[in-house]
Design a protein around this ligand. Sequence first.
Ligand code: SF4
Length: 724
Amino acid sequence: SGSEAPQTRSVQTHCPYCALQCAMTLTVTSWPDAADDYAVAGAEFPTNRGRLCRKGATAAELLTRDDRLTAPLLRGADGELRETDWDAALDHVAARIAALQAEHGRDAVGVFGSGGLTNEKAYALGKFARTVVGTAQIDYNGRFCMSSASKASTLAFGLDRGMPFPLTDLDDAATILLLGSNVADTMPPFVQHLQGAREKGGLIVVDPRRSTTAALTEGEAGFHVAPSPGGDLVLLLAVAQVILEEGFAAEDYLAERVDGLAAFRRSAMRWWPEQAQTATGVGADLIRQLARRLGHAAARARAGGDPVFILTGRGVEQHRDGTDTARAAISLALLLGLPGTAAGGYGTLTGQGNGQGGREMGQKNDQLPGARSILDPADRAHMAEIWGVDEAAIPGVGRPAAQLLHTMDTGDGVRGLLVHGSNVALSAPDADRVVENLRALDLLVVADFFLSETAAEADVVLPVLQWAEEEGTMTSLEGRVLRRRRAVDPPAGPRSELEIWADLARRLASVLDFPIEPAAVFAEIGRATRGATADYSGLDYAALDDGQAAYWPLPAGAEEADEEHTTTDEPIAGTARMFRERFAHPDGRARLTDIRAGRGIAPAGRQLVFTTGRLMEHYQSGAQTRRVQELHAAHPEPTLQLHPAVAAQFGLAEGEPATVTSDQGEMTGLVVLDDGLRTDTVFAPFHFPGAGTANRITRGLTDPQSKMPEFKNTPVSIRPAETL
Ligand code: SF4
């Protein structure tokens, strides 16, 4: 009979993982006598055009895992984590925070956030940290992600929107210079936007590895340049040298729209291609070939031809000189007259699901919502009014993420830490030290939906809702604000972080009006960011709910009905293309500057460099994707990729375990031979726990401008291991 037929319903939402935020339809099938089934399928959206990668396609499994956390866990005197009820868990957390702060001061408790949190949660976390906990010590895992490009964009353009143009603009490109990004593995649906450039022979990939993306340049599609890890900055300066020397610079554009050319010229002129060969590991001829290809393509683009884009990813940004490297890429784009014109532009490919929104909402140690400065009196006054607090009560600048996690053992670090949406035990550099520090804390509270490696160290674990179980907005890598929707009923037990912070606000500070409804928080974000550099004030939650995915800023009446570059009928709302009239510095001009290369250059004589990255099957620390059967089966163990010549030299064999050692620690993985790697480079994905934790190798060195740790360039030695 009809009553026994399964009922199905479908909800339009977006992928739980990366910043491409592919659109998907989540279909729920309810059976009369069995648990609901969930299935996802790609949906039409300009970034993915109906496609999903393997991670997105298997995401529904996250909703049915039986190791899902459903009750709060509290560590007993015997050291065991045991289930408890919410009141007991939150009473304990509030009492411990109060006691630690009474004894050691407000900054004794820190808060760690995430680029995976929705905009509403990222905003509420910053507000919670500064107005309820009253601590300056808040930062987030985006510090490890795109902080260098964010800093570089802010310095050069006066504003940080990762891609200040629609992703679909790439479709028409004549040339795309892609540095340090393996999109073919990390976000495969992105590759369709490289197709136009490939067909014109214009895809240029810069990567020490012949990655899946670098392989897309084979044949007539373009070419691959493989600098040594850390060689990117000098490579970019040497390319700029040729652009300047051979007359490819866009003189009129530079005169009209850019300051600082003389200073930048000085930095570039230090690096003749012949001088750059040793520091980059790239021959002078190839450097000149790259520069001339770019120079000619940009000249054609400025004359009305197909555009030229320069894109960076973590490969060039996760360095101790990552800001300078991203700045050099931006400088090259400015020299060629691209940003803010129809001739092309510069963009960074943000990785985390809400990498863009997460960095605009006030989770950063030095920023208030809207990317406002925490030191600016007017910004502080604005937020004090929105939050209903005294301006003097808003704390100052806290420690950036790596320092926050590395200084707990110094005596003046935090003694309590609340971690939300982040698995720092695997994702932070010098991971052994981080784990020791987490263990030594007086209070570690971790909110997550699985028992991540970080949660396993906690005194209190708070189970939270995930992805398709709750409402919220995300901002994709191209600055579009979109809706993630509640599609399924969560299991009994987990709560939204918004509810948890409201509850703690009541317990800690008698605050009764901490908002918990995403729509109400979004409205507050609009008020908080009105007039700020990242201005969400014109965006309307109801319109987003109706299917609009709008670019910020969206000034009233300024909707741009531009369907030319999308595959859907949906008009593009908001400012899709930025900087067309002016850059965001007060005088409207972009900035070039003197960039000194040096910090990241390898010392002569080192033999092997360790660099980290990602696999197609896993996302970030793997806390979610390692739990999805198909993804786990595809790549279950930690691996070390190296050139066959390196394997031969060190007595290593394919499929056998090997151990890599640095000054920080060691990791063990199974050897994968890859002749697409340089003979000075060992590559490991950072998705795996235990002995296979790649960040046990990486150092606490950080970029002085962005505080980005050095993830890509660590001297190591390697030897065979007995077991994995
Ligand atoms: Fe798309 Fe990224 Fe999800 Fe893959 S992980 S489906 S590329 S959003």
